[in-house]
Design a protein around this ligand. Sequence first.
Ligand SMILES: [Zn+2]
Length: 265
Amino acid sequence: MDIKLSNTTASRYRQAPTRMSGTAAKNARTPCVPASLRRIPRQRRQGFPDFVRRHWYRLVPLVLLTLTVAILIMIAVLSGNKAAGKLPFVDESKVQSSVFPETIASLPVITELLPEGSTARPGILREIKFLVIHETGNEEAGADAAAHNDYIKREAATHELAWHYTVDDKVIYHHMPDNEAARHTGDPEGDGGGIGIELCVNKDGSYDLAFKNAAVLCAYLIDSYDLDPGEIYRHSDFGGENCLKIMDQTGRWDEFKALVRDIIE
Ligand SMILES: [Zn+2]
């Protein structure tokens, strides 16, 4: 049935809600559930994920603060190790004192240490674990051990690159105490544990003699620091470039290691 309200009745219905008294309006908004029961679903909604979703903007400063404190603690620990002149996690009792030979098997060793505290020689003590062999890659006439000694000293103030010995066909230069870490592999393990030895490949020198001299030096160092004779590695064993252009690429790496063993025995 189609009931038509008179204009007066229709307008009264339309006006009714807005004319509700204060108490009536309040009752209209209040559900018919006791307050104690109304809390139950609200408690369920206050579970942890919901709490995070609702209050994440309040948690952001807390998370940032926690991260900042953690980073500051890490920096303090690492700089403490650096201030003490040690790589992190180095066993102090295993840091040997360095040898400074004047000759090795009648081969002269010239010791010209880089300035202490320079960029190339930060003075970080570590345990000597192995030897790392490099070639200088400079075939120019005159690029011998003395020239590389001049180079490393000239660059020490501003360059991190450093190594311990340079060997040519007639002499060995000693640039750094063996118990200090030097940046010659670009790898924390290689730099942290290895003595860096550079072989000269200058065309006005004898590579064969430099090869033999380097083997003599390796045998001496293995004996001095009581290392395993097998603890000789190439730069490329630490993920860097293969700088052994002559030794490795002409298949003489195994020959070099065998020669070191022969000299030790
Ligand atoms: Zn190298």
